[in-house]
Design a protein around this ligand. Structure first.
Ligand SMILES: [Zn+2]
Length: 248
């Protein structure tokens, strides 16, 4: 009975050790990636200087700002669930909030055009730059394969919440073709469903892409590593018990 309890304790300790060793270095890279995304989104927004205009956007403060952040995080997180990767989902949620760093220049009173990060070109530019950075950062293949779809999921889920957050029945406008055209494209309220669905479909495509091109090998490797870790802790426990018995 006592032996069983000890085995169980060893099993859980082994499992915790395994999860910490596996995730901590990875998590550090994810946090750095989030910071990099924020810097990229902010720097890209300086494209707004190409077409100076007086900002007509209102900025949120206090509890409304909190709701805005929570809303963007939730829409990003939910849209990325089909990736079936908690780290990518957390990163998507955070990155969806960072899209709005393109409000900073106009909030500082500078005459820049609209919201350049809410555009197709930002999707393409950020996808290329992020993929290059992730490829050079030694992430597993499955992560890389899913990450191909990351940039559009972030932007589309962000636009989905922007449309969702306006008063029911009104429409939202975005300069989707910045810097080629600064014309505002208007979307009716229900279009938030379309954008969020598009983001969900893209993350599911990422999941399928990863299964096809990078998932299987790593999955079996991590299971093997975990099993080995548990076995090692059991052997160690048995060795200690035998040594204890020999002494007594
Ligand atoms: Zn926005």
């Amino acid at each position: 009975m006592q032996q069983d309890a000890q085995n169980q304790k060893q099993f859980f300790l082994g499992r915790i050790r395994f999860l910490v060793r596996k995730h901590v270095p990875h998590l550090r890279k994810i946090i750095l990636l989030a910071i990099f995304y924020a810097a990229l989104a902010f720097l890209y927004s300086s494209i707004g200087f190409l077409h100076p205009e007086v900002s007509h956007f209102h900025e949120y403060t206090g509890p409304k700002l909190f709701i805005e952040i929570l809303g963007h995080f939730s829409f990003g997180f939910i849209a990325s669930i089909p990736f079936w990767d908690l780290e990518i989902s957390l990163l998507t949620g955070v990155a969806a909030v960072f899209i709005d760093t393109d409000h900073i220049l106009s909030a500082l009173g500078l005459n820049v055009s609209g919201r350049p990060d809410h555009s197709f070109l930002f999707v393409i530019v950020s996808a290329i730059i992020l993929f290059y950075v992730v490829m050079r950062s030694n992430f597993p293949n499955s992560f890389l394969a899913k990450f191909v779809f990351f940039a559009p999921v972030v932007v589309f889920s962000h636009i989905a919440y922007d449309i969702f957050a306006v008063p029911l029945g009104s429409s939202s406008t975005f300069q989707l073709f910045i810097p080629f055209s600064f014309a505002e494209v208007s979307f009716p309220y229900d279009y938030w469903i379309l954008f969020e669905t598009l983001a969900l479909v893209l993350s599911f495509a990422g999941y399928l892409f990863a299964r096809r091109f990078g998932g299987k090998v790593e999955e079996s490797t991590s299971i093997t590593k975990f099993t080995r870790e548990i076995d090692e802790s059991r052997v160690e426990e048995q060795r200690r018990t035998t040594a204890g018995e020999a002494r007594s």
